[in-house]
Design a protein around this ligand. Structure first.
Ligand SMILES: CC(C)=CC(=O)SCCNC(=O)CCNC(=O)[C@H](O)C(C)(C)COP(=O)(O)OP(=O)(O)OC[C@H]1O[C@@H](n2cnc3c(N)ncnc32)[C@H](O)[C@@H]1OP(=O)(O)O
Length: 258
């Protein structure tokens, strides 16, 4: 498929998707969402891909949902079509790890899209925010829920109620991003990290991701039981035998993804 709002590349076993709508600071229009969905479906189905990097430009990861596309929509338009439902779902439900490499603005839907990824590497110029309140609306792609889980109620409430932006250092301090990387190194570093994950056993990586995600959706006791059962199930895989044998034999494991 030819894309007009994203650029797709493969680096070894890493799928790279770059949001590429520079004139609108990668504002997330309907077509961009469709293309993102299509590209992620392709990577999800491709056994040769072990992890995905999602990035934007140096100026903007994404400056939010497309305001110009939304401005004339009525309540009936958005309610009847269940606006924003499903368009970003593939990111949230992807079984392969997705790393957001965020430089510049990650605002509104851009911040929400980054938060749907498994973790965020931020360039030193990254700016995160949920400015929807200034547009007379509220976050609609999970911002009030995910931001609160990342940074806690007080900071999430302040950010959502004022619309102020948070720089990379504050985002790292608050637990929103895993690490800050110099702007020039951001995408290479994200690809390196993704490659190191892609070298591991794909099913075990999926199980690990599922287990961490569970912690957001359940009680501690249920989460620990879930983890224990998944941990037990890793012993049914050849890759667990290979990983532990390779350690004992002081060699690099050769995972077969089974
Ligand atoms: C998911 C839900 C429910 C909601 C949302 O996401 S609502 C959107 C939230 N985001 C915002 O409110 C941010 C809007 N953008 C800005 O405030 C500024 O663009 C900026 C601070 C990010 C950057 O300012 P700067 O002066 O550097 O650049 P601009 O001239 O303002 O923008 C360049 C170009 O991009 C267009 N643009 C930017 N953001 C969006 C957007 N979210 N939707 C549509 N278009 C956007 C901007 O209009 C301009 O294009 P034109 O020159 O053609 O007007």
């Amino acid at each position: 498929m030819a894309y007009s709002h994203i650029a797709v590349d493969i680096k070894g076993s890493v799928g790279v998707i770059r949001l590429d709508r520079p004139k609108a600071l990668n504002a997330l229009c309907a077509e961009l969402f469709m293309e993102l969905d299509e590209a992620l479906n392709g990577f999800e189905a491709d056994d040769a891909i072990g992890a995905v990097v999602l990035t934007g430009s140096n100026k903007a990861f994404a400056a939010g949902a497309d305001i110009k596309e939304m401005q004339t929509k009525t309540y009936m338009d958005v309610y009847k079509k269940n606006f924003l439902t499903g368009c970003e779902e593939r990111v949230d439900t992807s079984r392969k790890p997705i790393i957001a490499a965020v430089a510049g603005y990650a605002l509104g839907g851009g911040c929400e899209l980054a938060m749907m990824c498994d973790f965020i590497l931020a360039a030193d110029n990254a700016q995160f925010g949920q400015p929807e309140i200034k547009l007379g609306t509220i976050p609609g792609m999970g911002g009030t829920q995910r931001l609160t889980r990342f940074v806690g109620k007080s900071k999430a409430m302040e950010m959502c109620l004022t619309g102020r932006m948070m720089g990379a250092e504050e985002a790292e301090r608050s637990g929103l991003v895993s690490r800050i990387v110099p702007l020039d190194d951001l995408v290479d570093e994200a690809i390196n990290v993704a490659s190191s994950i892609a070298e591991l056993s794909q099913p075990i990586v999926m199980m690990c991701k599922e287990s961490v995600k569970k912690s957001y959706e359940t009680t501690l006791a249920e989460g620990i039981m879930f983890e224990r059962r998944v941990f037990h199930s890793t012993f049914s895989t050849e890759d667990q035998k290979e990983g532990m044998s390779a350690f004992a034999e002081k060699r690099t494991p050769d995972f077969k993804n089974c």
